[in-house]
Design a protein around this ligand. Sequence first.
Ligand SMILES: [Zn+2]
Ligand SMILES: [Zn+2]
Ligand SMILES: [Zn+2]
Length: 149
Amino acid sequence: MRSTIHTLNFGRKMEDIRNILKKHRLRITEGRIGILQYFLDEKKALSHRDLEFRFNELDRVTLYRTLQSFTEKGVLHKIPSDTGNVTYGVCFDTCSPQVHQHEHIHFECMSCGKTECIDLDVPELEVPGYRVTEKNFLLKGICSDCSEN
Ligand SMILES: [Zn+2]
Ligand SMILES: [Zn+2]
Ligand SMILES: [Zn+2]
């Protein structure tokens, strides 16, 4: 397990959002600020459909391109799911346009349906005779918000 805890990009103010875009070499546009703000406010993985619903004034191509450049530059990463519905999560502070690593755990809540990025490393797994190049680790259960009541 990782010993240092990295801070999530969550809960940032407007100035910080501009800085995140700058740090990741992305041009600052209203659309990008709005989309990133939405991710930070929601604190969970979001799907294309969530974004289309929230940003219905944006055309689909702009939305698609924004998600694509965020994914390329280390702002968002794709989270696979067994339903085939791709969602996107905000990267940890350690991601940059050069280094983009997501060997952390994802947690899907069976009660509220949200998927979250958990800052815990995926355990080392050796598969004899196989070379592992990527690890996806999805846990399912009840999230901390849902288990409180
Ligand atoms: Zn990343
Ligand atoms: Zn939940
Ligand atoms: Zn994640």
